[in-house]
Structures are given as structure tokens and as C-alpha cells.
Write a protein that binds this ligand. Sequence first.
Ligand code: ATP
Length: 310
Amino acid sequence: MNILEVKGLTKRYANHIALDNVSIQVPKQCIFGLLGPNGAGKTSLIRSITQIISPEEGEILFEGHALKPSDVFKMGYLPEERGLYKKMGVAEQILYFAQLKGISKKEAKSKTKTWLERLSLMPWHKHKVEDLSKGMQQKVQFICTVIHEPSLLILDEPFSGFDPVNAQLIRDEIIRLKNEGATIILSTHRMESVEQLCDRIALINSSKKMIEGTKNEIKKVYRNNQFELTTTDPVIISETPHQLIEETSEQLYGYKQTVKLLDASPNDLLMEVMKLTTVLGIKEKIPSMHDIFLETVQNGNIKQIEEVDA
Ligand SMILES: Nc1ncnc2c1ncn2[C@@H]1O[C@H](COP(=O)(O)OP(=O)(O)OP(=O)(O)O)[C@@H](O)[C@H]1O
């Protein structure tokens, strides 16, 4: 079941179209990566979902019904431009946001304590936000976003400002929230986090959705018959039906080269190479989300994604 369905959304600012007939489907309890270059329209889409702006055309369904104002209580939005009250105390601030989202003071107090302990902020609970480091302030903002246990969490660049240890802590928390039932829309330019976290992805470019599908569906379609071959000695592979993609490089053990198979199978390649030297390994080079991002955005190579995964 989809927790969110966006259908044919169009948003204009004066003469500029920020979203052009954009549709996405966000299944319940998934981590949905919203990708795209700067100015693509991601924030405009997020602001439409959180009802900060009103699109001119299209509809948004949340939990099966037309989006309504009270649905914001079931959402948590971490915007890219963070907004905490710097002069307010840490715990006081979290309590304030929790109550704004409709939870009782008693419940808010107990949840605040749990989260402060979880993110190692307890020693700072009485300090003003302005006394905290940037990363610690980011943690406070994260807590303010999730404290009311929203069913839909929208996180815009949640890892910015964090050192690698704290970025991993936040990644682990995102996975935990998902496992507890939340759905997460993650907008980020950090492709390693997309690889690590996202189940499903939509890529927006120049106001239009270019591709959408599960990570596996997208990777299957963008596979391009490239294989990494490692051999004990450097070998020269005939150009047809193979094509050398990367020059042979010396590894700790043996030599590696990436070969694109044009009109040949991996077995054909192996048979040719085995006549010349010993094969230490052969592995398909599956394109990363980084490769796919560049392929679609820079080279305009948009492929139709076949929905095959359940
Ligand atoms: N309030 C506004 N008035 C006019 N134009 C706007 C407004 N907000 C956004 N835009 C324009 O709409 C387009 C999409 O902007 P948006 O902020 O949605 O992109 P984005 O994908 O979130 O980019 P980034 O990755 O840089 O945050 C941009 O060209 C932007 O300049």
C-alpha cells in the first residue's frame, strides 16, 4: 500500500515551472530517495506535500485520502534550512515542538528524555541551543522532527554538518524508525547514503520526473554489460566483440581491467582470456546510483523502468 501518491503535480513561480506534471508513489514503510540536481524541483515537491505551498495542478493522496491540513500532524519535516530557536533550552525546545505536533506534555517529556539519551545529548539538555556545536544542533533538530512519531518523515539533507560517526548514528536511527513503521522520504546529494538506505528512488531533473522505481529495478535497467576482470598477468583483449573501458591497472594481486561486452557473453571473454593467462576473478560491474545520476542528468539517458519488484 502507498502512504503517499502524488499525481500530475504542476507548480509555477511567476514564469518558472518548478514542477511539471510530476507523479510519484511512496509505498508504506520504505525509504524513498528523492534525487535531482540543484534547482530540479525537489524542495517544491516536498513543500507541496507538507502543504507549505499550493500547486496549481494535480493531486496528493495521503494514506489513501486527499491530503488535508490535519495530515501535517502525521508528518515530520526536516528542512534543509534548519530553524531552531537559538536562545531556547535544548529540552524546552524539543518539548515545545512535540506539543505543537499534538502530543501531551507528559508524553512529550518522556519521549524527550528517551531521545536525548539515544543521541547522547542528555548532558546538554539545560543548555541554550546556541551553546551547542553545529552537529549537536543538527541532532536537536532531528529530534524535533521525529519526536511525535510521524508516519511520514521527510528529511532534506539530514546528514549535512555531521562527522562520519554521527552521520552513521543518524543513518541507524532512520533505519530504526523505518523498522518501527515509519515511511521516510530522503532528499540528499550523498549517493553513498542513497545506496545504503533507499529502497525506492525518484529522480527529478528540470522540473520533470525522469525515473522512478526500486533501486534494483533501476540498476537492472541501467546495467550495461561491463565486467571487471582480474588476471595474473596483463593481457590484451581483442577489441571486438569486447571493448576496454578502463586501462589495465596493477592490483595487489594481479591485473584488473573493465571490459564492456558488445556482442559476447562473459563465457566468450573467459575463453579468450584463459588461452592467454590465469583468470583470478570476473565480476559484473553494476552501475552505482552516482553513475546513474550522471547518466540521466548529464547525458540525458532516460530509460523506462520496468516495475518488477514486489
Ligand atoms: N519562491 C520561489 N519563487 C520563485 N522561484 C522559485 C521559488 N522557489 C523555488 N523556485 C525555483 O524553482 C526551481 C526549483 O527549486 P527547488 O528549490 O524546488 O529545487 P531543489 O531541487 O530543491 O534544488 P536544491 O537541490 O538546490 O535544493 C528553481 O529554479 C528555483 O529557483
